[in-house]
Design a protein around this ligand. Structure first.
Ligand code: FAD
Length: 343
């Protein structure tokens, strides 16, 4: 069994920032992640996707995030940035280490971990931080045919859709951006969404272009519709406005209807969760939960979010609160300590 003072589960931006805060105070810390560094961004962002947030708001541990042409960072730039932060601050991270089981013990926590190869490992820690994010599971429609091989929940590389008939389901940013990118990649794009029109909250640099493409007949939209059944040959859209069902012959179906929080580890650790969002309860000042020594950080604090209210830019403070609570040194002193070391 390998022991560390603190283990952070999750090498996303906020897990890394929390580890950085603890390491700044020479507190023995290890980060475990089931995927690569920044796994949510690496796996859920299609290639070259740009963040909505400006780079200064995505910066962690006070390290600048320069971008090509001073634009908003894209997926590749930010992943390179995260790797740079890990190397610069020597944050110990074990990637492709999935925490399968976690339990509290009288002296802290014990974790059962599976490596990518399937090899099992055991870790123990005095304190544990769950920075496991809020997008661990894809949302399901619960309809027949949803698991067929031509149906997926993300976009992937738009290049693959050239010359194909693609149905995109969803009315939020990801679905709307996917529709535009697939069209640009040479796909015949169909977009099914529940609302009577493209959602007004879709980002201002996506919505006008999508509306223009729909108006020009380059993308076909099916407002007030939801898929009712998927076959290998066709998908049937059910009309929410009482029209006749719409049969569509398509090659690929992208169900871009969002993600859910995976509460498995929190349940294993007996954390009380909100019945609807599955968000854990915790002390806002310290980020400690009702289980002594167990902290939560980042988007994991919000459970499943219908509209993003908790994201990278308003989670930086979690890292500082946790470092202060665990080391007993207040946040200002930690920042001061870092500044003095740098000068
Ligand atoms: C297309 C898209 C665009 C977005 N744009 C923005 C934006 O502009 N600004 C913004 O702030 N946010 C944006 N987001 C959301 C952003 O991805 C999250 O806010 C951010 O990743 C949250 O960081 P985090 O550290 O809290 O969690 P995450 O980055 O989700 O990290 C959680 C980590 O925990 C790991 N993990 C989970 N369970 C286990 C386990 N059992 N064992 C080991 N590891 C585990 C995961 O692999 C993951 O790496 C966007 C999301 C998408 C999909």
């Amino acid at each position: 069994m390998e022991h560390h003072d603190t283990i952070v589960i999750g090498a996303g931006p906020i897990g890394l920032e929390t580890a950085a805060g603890l390491l700044a105070h020479e507190h023995s810390t290890l980060v475990l992640d089931s995927g690569p560094i920044g796994s949510t961004i690496a796996t859920l962002f299609p290639p070259a996707t740009r963040f909505f947030s400006s780079p200064d708001r995505l910066e962690i541990a006070g390290i600048r995030c320069p971008t090509f042409a001073e634009e908003k960072a894209n997926r590749e730039e930010y992943l390179a940035y995260l790797r740079g932060v890990v190397d610069t601050l020597s944050i110990p991270v074990r990637t492709f280490h999935t925490v399968r089981d976690a339990r509290a013990t009288p002296s802290g926590f014990e974790l059962e971990v599976a490596e990518r190869s399937g090899r099992g490992r055991r870790f123990s820690a005095r304190t544990l931080v769950l920075a496991t994010g809020g997008m661990g599971r894809t949302r399901a429609l619960g309809i027949e045919g949803e698991t067929l091989p031509h149906v997926r929940h993300d976009l992937g590389d738009p290049h693959q859709y050239h010359g194909r008939r693609v149905l995109i389901v969803g009315g939020r940013n990801s679905a709307c951006e996917a529709a535009i990118r697939c069209w640009r990649a040479g796909a015949d794009v169909h977009l099914s969404h529940r609302g009577p029109e493209v959602n007004e909250r879709v980002k201002y640099w996506i919505r006008p272009e999508l509306l223009a493409l729909i108006e020009e007949g380059r993308i076909t939209a099916y407002p007030e519709s939801v898929p009712a059944r998927i076959d290998r040959e066709q998908v049937t859209l059910h009309s929410l406005s009482g029209e006749a069902p719409i049969p569509l012959e398509v090659d690929d179906i992208l169900l871009m209807i969002g993600y859910e929080h995976d509460p498995q580890l929190m349940r294993q650790l007996d954390l009380p969760l909100d019945p609807v969002t599955l968000a854990p309860t915790f002390d806002e000042r310290t980020m400690e939960t009702s289980v002594p020594g167990l902290y939560v950080a980042g988007t994991a604090t919000a459970g499943t979010q219908d509209r993003f209210r908790v994201y990278i830019e308003n989670c930086h403070v979690h890292a500082q609160r946790i470092a202060s609570a665990i080391t007993g040194i207040d946040g200002t002193t930690i920042s001061e300590h870092r500044r003095l070391e740098e000068s």
